[in-house]
Design a protein around this ligand. Structure first.
Ligand SMILES: [Zn+2]
Length: 425
């Protein structure tokens, strides 16, 4: 962990700048994958799977029997833990659903309202790899189901045995995912974006992935398929002072570092001694981690900045706009009021970021790479759209008609003006 000596805000922004991810080199390859799936459907998906993974399952669609078998493989204590998380995530996301439609009379004879409607067909991508991200199935499928999405498609690459990780399958079945496919990589994104003979075409695609998946999502996004948000390496900022427990803070920093070698963590601390204590403690804990090699690299690229007080720490954190922010101080609740840019905030000495990753109830799909300046994390809005409605009575058109006529005439849109005029006559 290196130290940024604070001089000015501008200088801090420059020094804490995240490394830019390079994707230009793989765009042509990904575009080719997208085109072949769009033209070749299932056959192309199979050919690409053979090409990239050296084998392709006979059946791309996961069968009912495979789901039953998967459930048997999941240990009981893990099932119980998943149900605990599910209950909290459901409770919090359910609370975001508007309970009442508000009909607003904007003028005499005119009533406007908006209605929230679930996106009919959504796709979820769950990466394979060393860590099976079944928690992401919860974070995506629960709000999708609550939003009333009718078709929830899930794609995940098959492991060497030919099937998807059994915990991922267990969660998918538990949460009402409608169809699960053994497809990974850019070809999975293409299959969901364009549809194939077996994979339904969806309107919005969610979920993390490697560079190829991320680029595929960006490319299909430019041709009519919505995506959740640009995904980058995971990030955490910790605000600490003399009241901070160094053991907790160090554990928090490392919990984020183990996500990947490109993970980013920042320590904002108003006390030089505490900074040294936390770093020393992190170096001690680092040696004990099974994922030490990954965490070590990320930790080496992370920064600490010593500030004049906690307010300044939060102010600098706002400039960095982290995905996760832990306020590990006695005055955390007051400091939280000052937060203007962050994906999700963890308040107080006991609020660890892992809680939000799994089970407290908030969503763990959050804006990275400074996107927290403009974007929210996933929530019920991500799975719904709002349709506006209006009724206009004879009285209503008499009330606003003249204003519309005048404005339309001023924009030289005579047909618009006329649509009002014929009614007023
Ligand atoms: Zn995490």
């Amino acid at each position: 962990m290196f130290t940024i000596e604070y001089t000015t805000d501008k200088d801090f922004e420059l020094r804490s700048k995240r490394p830019a991810a390079k994707t230009d080199d793989i765009i042509p390859v990904v575009q080719q994958v997208l085109d072949s799936v769009r033209n070749g459907g299932d056959r192309a998906v199979r050919e690409l799977t053979m090409k990239f993974d050296n084998s392709c399952p006979d059946n791309l669609l996961v069968t009912e029997q495979e789901l039953i078998d998967a459930e048997k493989e999941v240990p009981e204590d893990l099932k119980k833990a998943i149900l605990t998380a599910k209950a909290n995530i459901e409770k919090f996301h359910k609370s975001q659903i508007p309970t009442q439609i508000q009909k607003v009379p904007t003028s005499d004879g005119i009533i406007c309202w908006q209605k929230t409607v679930g996106i009919e067909k959504v796709g979820i991508y769950i990466p394979g790899g060393s860590a099976p991200l079944f928690s992401t199935v919860l974070m995506l499928a629960i709000p999708a189901k609550l939003a009333g999405c009718k078709e929830i498609v899930l794609c995940s690459p098959p492991r060497s045995g030919g099937n998807i990780n059994s915990v991922v399958l267990y969660c998918a079945k538990l949460l009402g995912v409608t169809k699960i496919f053994k497809i990974g990589g850019a070809q999975a994104i293409a299959a969901m974006a364009y549809g194939t003979e077996t994979v339904p075409k969806v309107s919005k695609i969610f979920g993390p992935g490697n560079r190829f998946v991320t680029v595929a999502k960006q490319l299909v996004n430019s041709s009519n398929t919505a995506i959740d948000m640009p995904a980058g390496p995971s990030e955490l900022a910790v605000v600490a002072d003399c009241s901070t427990n160094a053991v907790y803070a160090a554990a928090d920093l490392l919990s984020q570092c183990e996500h990947g070698t490109d993970s980013q963590v920042g320590l904002f601390v108003c006390d030089e001694d505490k900074k040294n204590e936390i770093i020393a403690e992190a170096e001690r804990q680092l040696k004990l981690l099974p994922r030490r090699e990954i965490a070590e690299k990320a930790f080496a690229l992370s920064f600490a900045v010593v500030t004049e007080n906690n307010q300044k720490s939060v102010q600098l954190s706002n400039l960095w706009a982290p995905e996760h922010l832990i306020l590990s101080t006695d005055d955390a609740l007051n400091l939280a009021e000052l937060v203007t840019n962050a994906g999700s905030v963890f308040i107080g000495h006991y609020a660890c970021e892992s809680a939000g990753d799994y089970a407290s109830g908030t969503n763990h799909t959050l804006p990275t790479n400074g996107a927290a300046k403009a974007y929210s994390g996933l929530n019920m809005d991500s799975f719904t759209k709002k349709i506006t409605f209006q009724t206009i009575s004879e009285e209503g058109i008499k009330t606003i008609g003249p204003a519309i006529e005048t404005m339309a005439a001023a924009e030289q849109l005579d047909a618009h003006k006329n649509a009002v005029t014929v009614r007023l006559k």
